[in-house]
Write a protein that binds this ligand. Structure first.
Ligand SMILES: [Zn+2]
Ligand SMILES: [Zn+2]
Length: 362
């Protein structure tokens, strides 16, 4: 059964999905998006999710970050663990240094010993990885089993981290959150995407060790797919609405919707016949992407928005504005990379044999 209530409820304005005939701009940023369109350049809402997704939705970039969480520092370590072509690895490492997710450390001018270390913003992607991992464990692990069991060293318990509210620490679900424009709201010109192809990336996500994070990203797909899912959380269900919000080409949108229906994220429902028209509703599995999505938003707010969040979230259960956090299911304290250990449910010797004391999003 699809759940058909739009999740990001905005308090001040009528929900456009419920009142399709009265076109009420949802917000200043929505109006700005419209204004931008009038001037010809495709624009979309400013969004911290998009900023984070741009980084994570490249399969190789994602895999390199994951191996860094598993303790890889050196070029050869990344290369052998991922069987990644040298030129590709060089390119991704450069990008990650430019994005300030990695820091390049040269030990001396004469030695060729170079290491890549996660910066603070890189380490801070850990909770986002954990949220994606939980999604993968919940929905995508039946055939293969859960690859990693996590132990929270702070409370010494086996834990299943969840995305919760920074104020009341309760689990956050989409329908219990409202939003309003934050200090960083507005619209931006849609960045042209270098590649609209995505099929080759699908399998790349699965390289190397078994990983629920990889499975999650593989199901979600590329950056466009993420953005389509995000718009669904804003209440967009219909093709035209999605197209106008995202400035996406119809053939690409139609490809991504078909794929997301195949993967179980959306359900297609006819809302009009002769001519037949369909809308796309999030399934329960689709709804469960809310946690990872708002974790990406939180990371983007913190590291890519100069502290000016485009959106402020309010938790309706406790009535407070909140920052999403990944919390331990046992002690409800925030999870960080240094306070987690893991047990592998697979033989690590097959994947470079790297053992790290740090817990890794598997
Ligand atoms: Zn709360
Ligand atoms: Zn704990």
């Amino acid at each position: 059964m699809p759940i058909s209530i739009p999740i990001f409820r905005q308090e001040t304005v009528l929900n456009p999905v419920q009142s399709p005939k009265r076109r009420v701009p949802r917000s200043k940023s929505a109006a700005a998006v419209q204004a931008g369109k009038a001037q010809g350049a495709p624009r979309e809402r400013k969004c911290s999710v998009a900023r984070t997704v741009t980084i994570l939705s490249d399969a190789w970039t994602f895999l390199v970050i994951r191996e860094a969480f598993f303790g890889a520092h050196r070029f050869e370590e990344f290369r052998t663990m991922l069987e990644i072509p040298r030129a590709t690895l060089t390119d991704r490492l450069q990008r990650l240094v430019a994005e300030e997710i990695f820091r390049r450390i040269e030990y001396s001018e004469t030695s060729s010993w170079v290491e890549y270390r996660l910066t603070r913003s890189g380490m801070d992607l850990y909770p986002t990885f954990m949220a994606l991992m939980q999604f993968g464990d919940n929905w995508l692990s039946e055939k293969h089993g859960v690859p990693l069991q996590l132990i929270h060293t702070q409370c010494e318990q086996v834990t299943k981290p969840y995305v919760g509210c920074s104020h009341c620490r309760e689990k956050v679900v989409a329908r219990r959150v409202s939003y309003r424009d934050g200090p960083g709201s507005g619209s931006v010109v849609v960045e042209p995407m270098k590649r609209s192809r995505r099929s080759s990336d699908d399998n790349q996500f699965n390289r190397g060790r078994p990983s629920s994070v990889s499975r999650a990203l593989q199901v979600i797909g590329d950056r466009w797919s993420f953005l389509v899912i995000r718009e669904a959380f804003f209440g967009a269900r219909r093709f035209d609405k999605l197209q106008s919000e995202l400035g996406i080409a119809p053939n690409i949108l139609s490809d991504r919707l078909t794929r997301l229906v195949d993967r179980g994220i959306f359900m297609k429902r006819m809302y009009q016949s002769g001519p037949d028209r369909f809308e796309y509703l999030l399934t329960p599995m689709g709804f469960d992407l809310y946690g990872p999505l708002i974790m990406m938003m939180a990371w983007g707010d913190k590291w890519r928005s100069n502290g000016k969040a485009p959106l402020v979230l309010t938790h309706l259960d406790c009535g407070h504005d909140f920052t999403p956090m990944v919390l331990c299911s046992e002690c409800r304290e925030p999870i960080a990379a240094h306070s987690m250990q893991y047990r592998m449910r697979y033989n690590p010797d097959r994947f470079g044999g790297k053992k790290s004391s740090r817990a890794l999003p598997g």
